[in-house]
Design a protein around this ligand. Structure first.
Ligand code: HEC
Length: 128
């Protein structure tokens, strides 16, 4: 029975890797030049852009980040983005970066700046 302690350790280290949305926000804030603005994040979420393949973040995530969305092209369901509605959001920094990268390119045709990321996260974390 050597497997059990190993599994326990694995479980512990996996649990230790998960961050809270506040921790992820703090990390994004550390990379940005100015304090986060949920208002600017709101604009980024809803505004229409012409640089990418999809017009806005809300095209896939809907106008309300607390409800489930649908991928504009593949039609696959997307769980809500706001942590208040989906506990898994903003708990894995790598996942957050991966999707910022993909989706900012998808909508803006470029990566989001550190400021845009923290503004966007602040808007989502402010949802009640
Ligand atoms: C073409 C559809 C689409 C568009 C447009 C889109 N997203 Fe997403 N987004 C997704 C999908 C798919 C996922 C990952 C699936 C999941 O986790 O449910 C995701 C996940 C995310 C996540 C991961 C959050 C987490 O912790 O799990 C962030 C952050 C995100 N999107 C930000 C944005 C931003 C910012 C924009 C606009 C610039 C945007 N998205 C536009 C489809 C889209």
């Amino acid at each position: 029975m050597k497997a059990l302690p190993v599994l326990l350790l694995l479980g512990l280290s996996l649990a230790a890797r998960a961050d809270t949305p506040r921790q992820v926000l703090a990390r994004l804030q550390a990379a940005a030049a100015h304090p986060a603005s949920a208002e600017r994040g709101d604009q980024l979420f809803h505004d229409k852009f012409s640089g990418g393949k999809t017009e806005s973040c809300s095209t896939c995530h809907t106008a309300d980040p607390r409800v489930a969305g649908r991928h504009a092209r593949t039609n696959k369901a997307i769980e809500p983005l706001a942590p208040v509605a989906n506990r898994e959001r903003f708990s894995d920094p790598e996942k957050v970066e991966k999707w910022f990268w993909r989706n900012c390119n998808e909508v803006l045709g470029r990566a989001c700046t550190a400021q845009e990321k923290v503004d966007f996260a602040a808007y989502l974390l402010a949802q009640k």
